[in-house]
Design a protein around this ligand. Structure first.
Ligand SMILES: Cc1cc2nc3c(=O)[nH]c(=O)nc-3n(C[C@H](O)[C@H](O)[C@H](O)COP(=O)(O)OP(=O)(O)OC[C@H]3O[C@@H](n4cnc5c(N)ncnc54)[C@H](O)[C@@H]3O)c2cc1C
Length: 488
């Protein structure tokens, strides 16, 4: 039964967020299966420019989202599901905007997939309350993760704080059937919606991301299939070498939700004959990396202070960070005089992405060699990353700074030159990003100023802005002092 606008008796409204895919999206799938066969599904997506700015979300990432929205609109049309876009300002606008839409469209139910940042959780609780008050059912799903964050507890019924037992517990509790991707949503009756969409924001990326990051579900799937079939076998061996094409580079797709965690997990599992922790060492390692993503979401939910700019280890709030803008600028601009750090930072600013080994190296360098507050680095990453993700970024930064859960012990400090020699032995990655060092030989390129001071030209490439050995001593002293002062 449809009304005079050719509208079915009731509509199910799906609110999309960081789950920009038509397939294996729980909210869309279950809304499309709604028992009221007279209903149809409509999707809505909101821009929140002021909130995004406050969260330091990069223009690279937002541009990527917006490009994906255009593709998603076409993918949803295959199932006769219209997509409405609206530009709001802050999360606090969401509730009123959704209720307004619900009233105008005669919506019978709201459907969405949960997000886990503290502001996102507050927003969603407010929306749920408004819908309860309006008497419209609200259906929420655990979709972004394999296991609901906070639901896995240790033997003492406390949240896990260490990765390996968390992963073991997750593997033990996981029902593999639940991790399978869902079938395609049911095709809906064609409907006409008499509501126009707002124009999508015109946000220009700062990096040359168009060349690097194809958009859409199809491209994401092809990349996943290609990785699992062609490259995963060598993942364990190659993944630490930034000059190799050794990792999946799927993080932008997972962050925007053009790929689901179930699609990644199941494709890897199928590639490994259904084995989780035996079989292909490459796939076993890769699946374990997917679980790090789960782990940091679990930490975000169980210890919400990390969502609010606080250290996981509270005593580390007393670490005496340096306040030196010139050091920060040199790090951000790739002018530290440490080639591996500078090359990595230039990769970030140019492409919106950085290899995992390098994220660890530059994060440890900022927090332990330069002794700048890890939050400055965390923010700069968010401002540039196309895959910027609160949980994983915060987890990675606090790991490197030794302020986090299951973090690197404070006395573990990478020597960036040794890291460079080990993980880019021929200087291939360095030469790609530091053209001024292209002619330098394979040994010298890792630490040019140390080789021959007589012929060293600082106008070509700077000397290191800090001495690693001395910085190491100072950092160790600062951490030891914390220990001797005891817990707060
Ligand atoms: C300081 C720092 C900041 C980081 N910031 C982010 C971030 O903002 N967003 C983000 O997605 N990842 C972040 N990571 C984790 C990791 O560096 C990236 O996920 C990885 O480099 C993405 O490349 P890939 O897709 O080729 O990864 P692969 O090696 O192919 O791994 C597959 C997927 O597993 C997940 N994954 C892998 N390693 C980690 C990890 N250590 N922690 C959490 N998830 C992981 C990612 O979703 C990744 O796409 C950060 C790590 C560090 C050390």
């Amino acid at each position: 039964m449809t009304d005079q606008n050719n509208r079915p008796a009731s509509l199910q409204l799906v609110w999309l967020r960081r789950d920009l895919r038509s397939r294996d999206n729980k909210a869309i799938y279950y809304a499309s299966q709604h028992e009221n066969k007279n209903s149809s599904v409509v999707c809505v997506w909101f821009s929140f420019p002021e909130q995004w700015q406050e969260h330091h979300d990069s223009s690279n990432k937002i541009h990527f989202w917006l490009e994906n929205i255009k593709t998603l609109d076409k993918n949803l049309a295959v199932f006769n599901i219209p997509l409405i876009t609206r530009t709001l300002s802050r999360y606090s606008d969401a509730s009123a905007a959704l209720i307004d839409l619900a009233k105008r469209l005669g919506v019978a139910g709201l459907w969405f997939n949960d997000e886990y940042g503290i502001n996102e959780q507050r927003r969603d609780t407010e929306v749920e309350h408004s819908f309860q008050q309006a008497g419209i059912p609200c259906h929420r799903f655990t979709d972004d993760v394999l296991v609901k964050p906070g639901s896995l507890l240790n033997k003492q019924h406390k949240p896990f704080k260490v990765f390996t037992p968390f992963r073991k517990a997750l593997y033990a509790s996981l029902n593999l059937q639940d991790a399978l991707p869902l079938p395609a949503p049911e095709k809906q009756q064609p409907i006409t919606i008499n509501l126009s969409s707002d124009n999508l924001l015109d946000i220009q990326p700062t990096a040359t991301i168009r060349d690097f990051w194809p958009t859409g579900e199809r491209a994401a799937h092809e990349a996943l299939q290609e990785f699992v079939a062609e490259r995963s076998e060598n993942y364990k061996k190659d993944r630490d070498f930034p000059a190799q094409n050794g990792t999946s580079i799927l993080s932008p797709c997972l962050t925007a939700g053009t790929l689901s965690i179930r699609q990644c997990f199941t494709t890897a599992l199928q590639g490994n004959d259904g084995e989780l922790d035996t079989g292909s060492s490459g796939l076993v390692t890769w699946i374990s990396e997917l679980i790090w993503r789960e782990f940091y979401r679990h930490i975000l939910v169980c210890f919400p202070r990390v969502s609010m700019g606080k250290a996981f280890k509270e005593e580390t709030e007393r670490l005496p960070w340096k306040h030196d803008k010139s050091l920060l600028n040199a790090w951000q601009e790739g002018r530290t005089g440490v080639p591996i750090v500078d090359a990595a930072m230039r990769q970030l600013v140019t492409t919106g992405w950085m290899h995992n080994r390098l994220r660890m190296v530059v994060a440890m360098y900022l927090s332990k060699d330069l002794r700048l507050d890890w939050r400055l680095g965390e923010q700069f990453f968010m401002e540039h990353l196309i895959d910027g993700d609160l949980a994983s970024n915060n987890g990675g930064w606090q790991w490197a700074a030794s302020t986090g859960t299951d973090a690197a012990p404070y006395f573990r400090m990478f020597n960036p030159v040794s890291q460079s020699e080990k993980f880019d032995p021929d200087g291939e990655f360095l030469r790609e990003w530091l053209p001024e060092l292209r002619e330098v030989d394979d040994k010298t390129i890792h630490n040019p100023s140390a080789s021959d001071t007589l012929f060293y030209d600082e106008s070509v490439y700077p000397k290191p802005i800090v001495d690693h050995k001395r910085a190491r001593e100072a950092t160790l002293t600062a951490f030891k002092r914390l220990k001797s002062e005891g817990q707060p």
